[in-house]
Design a protein around this ligand. Structure first.
Ligand SMILES: [Zn+2]
Length: 83
């Protein structure tokens, strides 16, 4: 009977320990999916040069009838005209 009591105490201790561990994991969970603040250049605002594949902001790109280019030379080399 004495061993049964010890076993019960151990089981309660393990149960409490596991509950605390679960609570710790739950407490840590909301932290990680924090994303860094938006960078000045977001990927959605980038265009790709049709000739060489360079990514650059539209302000620095040359627009042709077919799409964007990193410069007038690549637009010309691609056989496109200025839009
Ligand atoms: Zn290019």
């Amino acid at each position: 009977m004495k061993y049964l009591l010890v076993l019960a105490v151990v089981m309660v201790a393990v149960y409490v320990w596991r509950q605390n561990r679960r609570a710790d994991i739950e407490a840590q969970r909301p932290e990680p999916p924090r994303q860094p603040p938006k960078a000045p250049q977001t990927p959605s605002l980038m265009v790709t040069c049709l000739h060489c594949g360079t990514h650059l902001p539209p302000a620095e790109a040359a627009k042709g009838h077919l799409g964007w280019y990193c410069g007038d030379e690549h637009r010309r080399l691609h056989g496109d005209r200025a839009a």
